[in-house]
Every structure is written in C-alpha cells, then in structure tokens.
Ligand binder design. Structure first.
Ligand code: B12
Length: 179
C-alpha cells in the first residue's frame, strides 16, 4: 500500500528524522511504498502539505512528533500548537487514515490526540506495530487490535496494551505511566 510519513520537527539546528527512516525501512521490507514529507526544510508547511498530497493518494499517513516542547526551563516553548495546526490541515487534505507516533507523542499520547483531529496513535517504537497496521489494512483484516494502538472510544482514548516483544507477556513492567 502507499504510505506517507510526515516529519513535523522543524527545530533548528535540525536533526534527521531517524525514527521515520527506521519505519520507512521496515515498511519497504514488507513490500509497502513509502514517501516521506519532511517539513523541517519548508518555510510554508501549509503549501508543502497541499503539494505533496496533490501528487499522490495514500492509504495510510504516519506522523511523527519528536518533541512536545523544548524541555528548557528558561524558554518553555511548546511545539503542540503548530503540531495541532499541521495535523488539522493534513486531516483536510487527505482521506487516508492519519496515525500519530514518535517519542514526543509517546510521552503523553492521549493528551496529544485530544488536541487534534488524528484518527489514531501508536505508542512506542513503530517498526513492528506500524507495519502490522499497514499489512492488516491492506489485506482488509481487522486492525483495531494492533498492540500499542490508541483509538477513540466514546469521548475517551483507549490504548491497546503492549507487551515486550522479546520477553513476552507479563515479563516487562507496565508501559503506562498514568492510569
Ligand atoms: C539522541 C537525542 C538527541 C540528540 C539528537 C542527535 C541526532 N543527530 O539525532 C540531540 C542531543 C541533538 C537532541 C536534541 C534535542 N532533544 Co533529544 N533526545 C535524544 C534521545 C536520547 C534519542 C532520540 C533518538 O534518536 N532515538 C532513536 C530513534 C530511532 O527513535 P525515535 O525517534 O523515538 O523513533 C522511534 C519511535 O519514537 C517511533 N516513531 C517515531 N516516529 C513515529 C511515527 C509514527 C507514525 C509511529 C507509529 C511511530 C514513530 O518509532 C521509531 C522507531 O522505533 C531522546 C530520548 C529517547 N531515549 O528517545 C531525546 C529526546 C527525544 N530529546 C528531547 C528534547 C527535548 C530535545 C531538544 C528539544 C532539547 C533542546 N532544548 O534543545 C533538542 C531538539 C533537537 C531537534 N532538532 O529536534 C526529549 C523530548 C521530550 C519531549 N517531551 O518531547 C527526549 C525524549 C529526551 C527527554 N527525555 O527529555 N536529542
């Protein structure tokens, strides 16, 4: 299937979106077609999004949130305002399923999802879960049970419990920081 991965990290000096590269590689390995939109280098992220999604239809869009904020006591700059604007614009631009992920997202996933109009989130590392999601959607299997997936349930977000891939169920501490 055609998958778009979007880097929303626009902080300068820049760093490469290595997390998305890992996921792209895993998706490629599973036979999916991946395109990456890196918003770090655009002055106008709105037109970059429109141009990118005008050229091709995608079935699945994965968006990374690396930093919720700059974690600096003196500046206390939050990136969530611009991130929310980007997601809401993307939501208007594509019909694909929009899934959030990334280390910043995974710090407080339900709170991030509550702010914007994404369809779902995937907590933690994405190489396995996101590929599983793409595989299941492509083969028209139910995909709501993918481990780590967070979906709306009424007016709340519900997270699928994720167990450690290496050690198996019950061998790892709970992933949850909050109930
Ligand atoms: C290395 C590092 C740095 C290095 C980066 C060097 C480089 N050239 O890349 C340096 C020192 C430069 C740095 C700087 C900063 N960092 Co830093 N950094 C890290 C660290 C230790 C590892 C990040 C990393 O590369 N991980 C490896 C990659 C492969 O993993 P990943 O990006 O998380 O991606 C995986 C998953 O998140 C997921 N995923 C990612 N995207 C997506 C998308 C989808 C759709 C899905 C499903 C999954 C998914 O799958 C990926 C593969 O497994 C993390 C802490 C940590 N342990 O994660 C902090 C961390 C990310 N940094 C943090 C911060 C705050 C910063 C700065 C803002 C600090 C500052 N004030 O300057 C800057 C921002 C720089 C920038 N331009 O963005 C915070 C963010 C916290 C938050 N609340 O948002 C973290 C979490 C540290 C912390 N605990 O506070 N950082």
């Amino acid at each position: 299937m055609h998958v778009a991965l979007v880097n929303t990290n626009r902080i300068k000096p820049p760093i490469a979106p290595i997390g998305l590269d890992y996921i792209a590689e895993a998706l490629n390995g599973a036979g999916h077609h991946v395109s990456i939109l890196d918003l770090c280098w655009t002055d106008e992220w709105g037109s970059a999004i429109v141009n990118f999604f005008d050229k091709k239809d995608f079935d699945l869009v994965g968006i990374t949130l690396r930093n919720t904020d700059d974690c600096s006591y003196t500046t206390r700059h939050s990136f969530l305002g611009e991130f929310t604007d980007i997601i809401n614009m993307l939501r208007q631009t594509t019909q694909a399923l929009v899934v959030l992920g990334g280390v910043g997202f995974s710090v407080m996933p339900e709170q991030v999802l509550g702010r914007c109009r994404a369809d779902a989130g995937l907590w933690g590392d994405g190489e396995f879960g996101f590929v599983q999601l793409a595989d299941k959607i492509e083969s028209k299997q139910p995909w709501h049970d993918v481990a780590g997936l967070i979906l709306a349930h009424g007016d709340r977000w519900r997270r699928r419990v994720r167990t450690c891939l290496l050690l198996g169920a019950g061998s790892c501490p709970s992933c949850y920081r909050t109930p």
